[in-house]
Design a protein. Structure first.
Length: 260
């Protein structure tokens, strides 16, 4: 499903991102119409942050499934469900998003958040999402538009180059958000609602974690995409912006919702 060497994330990243994404997450639950359904699958569920939150917010939702390619995260998700006392309605399992182990028309709603950026074959994953959804069911996808990330450090040309490198080389599918409208249309999905929100950060350390910036810059240097001088100047400028409290970064998050 995904290559762990290309933009792979850990639990700390997921927890920090969950806090910043909280309003967007809550909105995605509403788009699922979770208060009117009985079954839901969250694809790329990670540590179960969303499945367990949905279970707590919507106690009438009786069948919540989370799947992830990472077995360790699946175990953590099940533990979280036990801690939140919703394991009777929420379960998690290891699965490949390209070949979901469920029958056709199994779920009232299908959800995926920040999954497609990791996928080498997003069209196949989307095909599977549509397959397991019941006719008339809800489909909700939330994706980061990584190419829209912008950071103020006074090196504008290099900032644009590194943004492109992150989206095209560091991640498997970093342009996923802006490609999804066409992919959804090709999959036969009509009347797709698209909402774009901007996330801003003045916190340099939080941005370093959520942007996976250090790993990306080291890889860009290793692959010869940037020079040693550019690497050093770039990091120096970021440190200066942090010390002078002038650091600022923004990025767009896109939400797609429709009826299957």
């Amino acid at each position: 499903m995904m290559n762990k060497n290309k933009g792979y994330v850990n639990q700390d990243y997921l927890n920090q991102a969950a806090q910043m994404f909280a309003p967007i997450k809550l909105d995605s639950y509403k788009k699922l119409q979770a208060n009117h359904i009985q079954s839901l699958i969250d694809i790329g569920c990670g540590t179960g942050i969303d499945t367990t939150t949905i279970a707590q917010l919507y106690p009438e939702l009786k069948n919540i499934i989370g799947v992830d390619f990472d077995k360790d995260m699946v175990e953590q998700a099940d533990k979280l469900a036990e801690e939140k006392e919703c394991s009777d309605r929420t379960r998690h399992q290891h699965a490949n998003s390209y070949d979901l182990p469920f029958d056709d028309n199994s779920f009232d709603a299908v959800r995926a958040e920040r999954l497609f950026m990791h996928l080498e074959d997003p069209e196949q994953a989307l095909k599977e999402m549509v397959r397991v959804a019941k006719p008339g069911g809800r489909l909700v996808i939330v994706e980061t538009d990584w190419a829209s990330m912008s950071v103020n450090n006074g090196m504008d040309e290099l900032e644009r180059r590194t943004s492109h490198y992150f989206a095209s080389e560091f991640l498997n599918n970093g342009y996923s958000a802006r490609r999804l409208p066409g992919q959804l249309k090709a999959a036969g999905l009509e009347k797709v609602e698209i909402e774009i929100r901007s996330l801003q950060s003045y916190d340099y350390q939080l941005w370093l974690l959520l942007s996976q910036h250090s790993a990306m810059m080291h890889k860009a240097l290793q692959n010869g995409f940037i020079s040693q001088k550019e690497f050093e100047d770039w990091n120096k400028q970021l440190e200066i912006s942090d010390m002078t409290k002038s650091f600022f970064s923004t990025i767009n998050i896109m939400s797609f919702s429709c009826e299957v």
